[in-house]
Design a binder for this molecule. Structure first.
Ligand code: XMP
Length: 513
């Protein structure tokens, strides 16, 4: 394992990504991690970039015991400045901020870190820089604005670079990271999904033991399905999946979930039809946050009730709750946000655990989304499901603006179905990150046949994004939109007008509520 100590850079998680792409397992911990309390012995350590200045009071600093580990160390940007600060304090504010591409000149091609790296573009993002070569180091690379773009210790395997090799704009960043992780640290390149399945199944079996039972909610989405299938592989029918139909799911969702999980994947599934209970509680509610709370609380309530009714015949107990937590959530909760940070807990676990006295099991907590999809493919989960767009927990309730009634849900659901069907037909589904129809709470005049009508408006939304923090609206060709609009107005009762949302995020959010 390569340990990445995070100083709060927006790129820290990319270091992990790049290493995993070369099959090296890497984990991130905050820079405040005490080395004597490390949960594993790393093969090497990377100190990430960060938004602070090493010379400022209160700036974060690495535990100096990191040098006692006697493993190679690579400092990136702030991480290199930290190495310089520890070895002579030669760090100061540069005259200019340097942000964007720069040309790297490799000055010492015998340096193991730069093996096979030639003069090429690198990505810079810094204001502070080294003002002197730290004691015991030599310069191995420069750039126009950074005389110390790369430094290496003369006797130890300690390196520093001013640029960001983890960003794809650094043309040979991956070669450099491979040099560090594989050649210098000798980290094994055995991180593959095939190996993951094997070790994770063994880990689950050991954790759960020979008799205990596990429950978990499934939603029809990728993460919960992959997690459920992994549990099924590990402990068979001692895993119980619960699917709650909350009345605001997509069209045919319950049937599809039954068909794929129960019939197809052989997962022990309990389906709960709670549509009336949810819709009853949503009656008269228009505030989006209230809708979310009601749906979240009602879900917990029902899940607990159903979980309590699962009584394994042989008298064994339900001891664990499965959660489909992914690595980005974990990173979010452990990443370094500043000297005064408070550690965030996982909010998606919500109230369930507090009430249920169950132990948590999170088999996907080390994985990124694309790794989960790959895992899903290896576990023979149908292609359609593996590539499914995300769907919010509160479902169509936050896509029916205003009051959520069964009639309104039906309109939004039918329009959404047509939109997605056309997207799939046009071969665009995987080019789009998320698409849906929202029903607006306004009426608009139209003419159908010879009659004046006064009906509602559907807004279509389709976005492309990497991380859902920012998003662009998807550029359909006009013919496509024309066809979808015509189908929705003709086939969905109650809709007389269709619009396409052309707002990016920010300022708009993905959802309308
Ligand atoms: P926004 O609207 O915040 O959406 O730009 C970003 C992503 O989050 C999803 N989303 C939710 N997912 N519960 C969820 O499980 C929610 O309350 C919720 N609100 C938004 C949204 O669909 C998009 O993928």
């Amino acid at each position: 394992t390569i340990l990445v100590l995070d100083f709060g850079s927006q790129y820290s998680h990319l270091i992990i990504r790049r290493l995993r792409e070369i099959n090296v397992y890497a984990e991130m911990l905050p820079c405040t991690q005490k080395i004597s309390e490390l949960p594993f012995k790393p093969a090497g350590v990377i100190l990430s970039g960060g938004p602070f200045s090493v010379y400022e009071e209160g700036a974060p600093h690495v535990d100096h015991d990191v040098f006692k580990l006697n493993v190679p160390i690579l400092g990136i940007c702030y991480g290199m400045q930290e190495l310089a600060w520890i070895n002579g304090k030669g760090v100061g504010r540069g005259e200019k901020r340097e942000y964007g591409p720069a040309t790297l000149s490799v000055e010492d091609s015998s340096c193991a870190l730069f093996k096979g790296v030639n003069n090429s573009q690198v990505w810079m993002s810094h204001h502070d820089k080294l003002t002197a070569l730290p004691e015991g180091f030599k310069t191995v690379a420069t750039s126009g604005n950074s005389p110390y773009a790369g430094i290496a210790h003369t006797t130890k395997e300690i390196f520093g670079i001013q640029f960001h090799p983890e960003v794809t704009h650094s043309a040979q960043g991956k070669t450099l990271l491979t040099n560090f992780a594989v050649d210098i640290c000798k980290a094994p390149q055995n991180w593959t999904m095939e190996n993951f399945i094997e070790t994770e199944i063994t880990r689950i079996q050991q954790l759960v033991g020979p008799t205990a039972e596990v429950i978990g909610a499934v939603s029809g989405g990728v993460d919960s399905t992959v997690a459920a299938k992994l549990m099924k592989e590990a402990i068979g029918d001692r895993f119980h999946a619960i699917y709650v139909d909350n009345g605001v799911m997509r069209k045919n969702e319950t049937e599809t979930v039954k068909k794929t999980l129960d019939d197809g994947l052989g997962i022990n599934l309990t389906v709960v039809d709670a549509a009336d209970e949810f819709l009853g509680k949503l009656k008269g509610v228009t505030d989006p946050e209230k809708k979310r709370k009601i749906i979240g609380n009602t879900f917990i309530h029902i899940f607990e009730r159903v979980a309590a009714s699962i009584k394994p015949k042989d008298g064994s107990e339900v001891e664990f709750l499965l959660q489909g937590t992914l690595y980005p959530d974990v990173i979010e909760s452990i990443s370094f946000k500043g000297p005064s940070q408070t550690i965030k807990t996982h909010h998606n676990v919500g109230g369930l655990l507090e009430n249920m006295k169950l132990k948590l099991i999170e088999p996907l907590r080390e994985l990124f989304k694309d790794e989960v999809r790959h895992l899903g493919q290896l576990l023979n989960i149908p292609e359609e499901l593996v590539w499914r767009h995300p769907f919010p927990g509160p479902g169509i309730a936050i896509r029916v603006l205003g009051e959520v009634t069964p009639a309104q849900v039906k309109i939004a659901r039918e329009a959404d179905y047509i939109f997605i069907e056309e997207i799939k037909k046009a071969g665009l589904y995987r080019k789009i990150s998320q698409a849906f129809a929202a029903l607006l709470p306004v009426k608009s005049v139209g003419v159908m046949g010879d009659q004046r009508v006064y009906e509602q408006v559907i807004a279509l939304r389709a976005i492309s994004t990497v991380d859902f923090m920012t998003a662009d609206w998807f550029e359909f060709d006009h013919k496509f939109l024309k066809n979808v609009a015509s189908r929705i107005v003709n086939e969905v009762d109650g809709v007389a007008r269709v619009t396409y949302d052309i707002t990016s995020k920010p300022p708009a959010t993905v959802e309308w509520e």
